[in-house]
Design a protein around this ligand. Structure first.
Ligand SMILES: Nc1nc2c(c(=O)[nH]1)N[C@H]1C(S)=C(S)[C@@H](COP(=O)(O)OP(=O)(O)OC[C@H]3O[C@@H](n4cnc5c(N)ncnc54)[C@H](O)[C@@H]3O)O[C@H]1N2
Ligand code: MOO
Length: 406
């Protein structure tokens, strides 16, 4: 008899997995968007390195403003280093982004002066250090600017560019191979020969999810339910991938060969087979040579929910990313019973109203775990805990936002 573990225990087992020697790669900065940084980014200098003007005006000594009139001795455009120095009674015309000339401590903006020949008349004084950007205003040398594990977004790209880092070290994406097993299932475009055949959706749904999470995928298609084909499939997938996902063939039927192949033919170490969840109770997770095999049940809704719950966090983990499944609180707008003592994931509609998420079940079909169309629209999964009780209208519940997966 299979030993069904509870959901939290299954997550704990997976959280202890260590994809040893996680691969890293170097990418050109512009190709690194969305990837996870594999090392801390440390400032190699102060920014700005020198005092810099923050406005267009005249570099002066603040104390000279009481002289009311100063002589312009030079012009200091941005991008050039001016030789002249500011001494008592003189000023240098200086622009936004120019270095402050030696001897100056303050920038008086052009709006505050009148120019007469080679002189400025000070109409309105400014305080000491006005419009001068201090050394290290942006950051100081040796400051950790971006932590390892950060997802690279627009701000990270800008900061990396300002440091002249053209190649960034990121964690490699895992290679995820996907196949659906079943003698009744047909791949896209394959000709139907009898009424008992159905179109496979699982291999493509799981691939889409893996890609959404940033994995590289190898689509292995549809495989017949026989020991040899499944053994060959898994052996070949193990050679070229970090994570292998199969769907179908893990329950108790005569043709449920995936479990036999995983356990007996390829000698993988089973981490768990059977979790007290609905859907997906027959999920099998095994390890072989530091590679993970995730065998999901065949039903379309089951395999999709399980791919979200188990595959996505493993992809995040492989990439050393801080990403998490988007689980938030929502108000349930109708009574909803706890149908069984399992962790249950039910498709619902989510909307945002009165400053909070709310859910209902309008238009959602009831039936087996085959109903994938329940995940269309603006969907979420209501999460009911194994030891939970019937939910009442107005209760705050946990939901997983399906359109926020990344
Ligand atoms: N006597 C029992 N029967 C079943 C049990 C059980 O405990 N005792 N568990 C049920 C549950 S729950 C599930 S889930 C399924 C899981 O079965 P398998 O993982 O072995 O999956 P299959 O039997 O291969 O397929 C189930 C169902 O899904 C359809 N299917 C299969 N592959 C695909 C695909 N790629 N795309 C779309 N649909 C697919 C298949 O035609 C079947 O209808 O077992 C229950 N039975
Ligand atoms: O546990 Mo099965 O996956 O309900 O449908």
């Amino acid at each position: 008899m299979r030993n069904f573990i509870n959901y939290d225990d299954s997550l704990n087992i997976l959280s202890s997995i260590d994809f040893k020697g996680k691969a890293k790669e170097k990418l050109f900065l512009t190709n690194s968007i969305g990837r996870t940084l594999a090392r801390d980014i440390i400032a190699n200098d102060h920014s700005p390195k020198y005092k810099t003007s923050g406005m267009d005006g005249y570099a002066i000594k603040a104390e000279d403003q009481n002289l009311k009139k100063l002589t312009i001795i030079d012009k200091n455009p941005a991008g050039e280093v001016v030789e002249s120095k500011v001494t008592t009674g003189v000023c240098i015309k200086t622009f936004t982004g120019s270095l402050m000339p030696e001897g100056s401590d303050t920038l008086i903006p052009i709006e505050n002066v009148t120019v007469e020949d080679d002189k400025i008349i000070i109409n309105k004084e400014v305080p000491f250090k006005f419009a001068v950007r201090d050394i290290g205003e942006n950051y100081k040398k040796d400051e950790i600017l971006i932590k390892k594990g950060t997802k690279i977004g627009f701000a990270e790209i800008g900061v990396l560019a300002s440091l002249n880092i053209s190649q960034v070290e990121v964690y490699a994406k895992p290679i995820v191979s996907i196949a659906s097993t079943g003698s009744e299932i047909l791949d896209l475009g394959e000709e139907q020969e009898n009424d008992a055949q159905i179109r496979s959706s699982n291999h493509l749904t799981v691939e889409a999810l893996a890609k959404t999470a940033g994995a590289q995928t190898i689509q292995m298609g549809v495989v017949k339910d026989d020991m040899d084909s499944i053994t060959e499939l898994l052996q070949s997938a193990l050679e070229k991938s970090d994570i292998i996902v199969t769907t179908g063939g893990v329950s108790v039927g005569d043709y449920d060969f995936v479990q036999d192949v995983v356990k007996e033919k390829i000698g993988a170490e089973v981490l768990f087979h059977g979790v007290k969840i609905k859907p997906g109770m027959h999920i099998l997770v095994a390890k072989k040579d530091n590679k993970l095999i995730i065998s999901l049940p065949g039903f379309a809704y089951s395999s999709t929910v399980c791919a979200i719950l188990y595959l996505l966090p493993m992809i995040y983990k492989f990439e050393n990313s801080e990403k998490k499944l988007p689980i938030v609180k929502a108000e349930i707008t109708e009574n909803f019973p706890q149908k069984m003592a399992k962790t249950i994931f039910t498709a619902c509609n989510v909307f945002y109203e009165d400053g909070k998420y709310k859910i209902d079940f309008s238009g959602k079909k009831q039936g087996t775990s085959a109903i994938l169309t329940n995940m269309l629209g603006s969907p979420a999964l209501l999460i009911q805990k194994e030891n939970g009780t019937d939910l009442k209208q107005g209760d705050m519940v946990d939901i997983l936002l399906l359109n926020e997966l990344n």
